[in-house]
Design a protein around this ligand. Sequence first.
Ligand code: HEM
Length: 462
Amino acid sequence: PELDRIPHPQRRVPLLGDVLGVNRRTPIQDSMRFARELGPIFRRRAFGKEFVFVWGAPLAADLADESRFAKHVGLGVANLRPLAGDGLFTAYNHEPNWQLAHDVLAPGFSREAMEGYHGMMLAVAERLTGHWDREAAAGRTVDVPGDMTKLTLETIARTGFGHDFGSFERDRPHPFVSAMVGTLTYAQRLNSVPAPLAPLMLRAAARRNAADMAHLNRTVDDLVAARRRSGGGEGDLLDRMLETAHPQTGERLSAENVRKQVITFLVAGHETTSGALSFALYYLARHPEIAARARAEVDRVWGDTERPGYDRIAKLRYVRRVLDESLRLWPTAPAFAREALQDTLLVGDHPMRRGAWALVLTPMLHRDPEVWGEDAERFDPDRFDAGAVRARPPHTFKPFGTGARACIGRQFALHEATLVLGLLLRRYDLRPDPAYRLSVTERLTVMPQGLRLGLDQRPAAA
Ligand code: HEM
């Protein structure tokens, strides 16, 4: 009865629910379509379960109230529990390892820590430009999401764990990446079949998933064992996980929990950043006037420094806006769930019982015409200049989630991505393929599919 006033698709199939016209490979883009039809709050039914989606700005802002709502571990996130357990991303709010790991690892994302990662981030980015220089010289186009994934995996592996996957020396994705893509895709697919039938319907996929999980666990166990043998790195995330005791309680992470955290950070630390960079490059290639403005800023702020220092990155204000605007249209972790901590009324209107939850559909929140205007679908980085940001209501831009469980890696991702966009803009003119139409692939995250760009090396950087 609480749901009666929330619209749902007209044509419902008995037992199956709202399955007409949907594709199990694109749950987010299907939901975006429903959102446009049904308005700021709507529900979808699948196999007897009802899911509430929210995207109107006042509704999403209310769900951000931490005194009445908190993160809900559900759907895709819950499906990752067998892999990531009580690691930071998948932990239930009440699990003691969340607070413990949060307190132990948060200093790994402080300003000082980030300054320490900068040199390594730059070194990885130079591997990318080395590869792109060769492709440009040979007149070949580059595989943008593939190469961005190499870059972001190497970056988190080296800065966080002192590990080198050798991604740029390989023609095919590293097996760690294939296994990760497999588990993310499987976690998404589990939502598209009735739970009791999953073992039957997904038997082959489940077997592959077990093999993928075993591969990820083995990779991580080897990495941790190597560190234990070598007796400590240079104070990176892995050292913190293995050696740092909680400042108040003196407690440490267990070996089992360390394994969950390493997997969590290797996966959460690269897939979404790779997508964000790929979408940004797509939009830059499509909008040469915006690319020119961004490049002019890089030239001005960096001059002819070969290797920009840590403090030169945050000064790229316009490049950062390009990134924000890309994350507005395509937030690469495209939804997050919030649950009621007590019986309450959402925006004073929709009753929610304690434990009831709703999904915030971020790509639509970021396109709410009431907030972003009638041209919300248009790519325009000026929406993020300081004045425009101040004029917007709070909680209307949420690519990194909200509250206590928001993204711990936000500054890491933004520093890395801004640095890389700066380097690429300075070095290349991007040539889009005029025939390419943006196609977005989903595996809990979103990523442009089949995006290739031509490169012209700029004379100044040659
Ligand atoms: C949490 C997005 C990069 C590690 C989250 C959440 C979002 C998000 C939306 C909240 C999920 C929820 O409420 O269920 C993104 C995006 C990124 C990015 C869009 C890049 C553009 C990173 C990086 C790292 C990271 C680089 C690590 C180095 C985490 C972790 C959590 C998290 C550990 C769980 C935090 C907690 O619950 O305590 N991220 N993220 N993320 N992210 Fe990110």
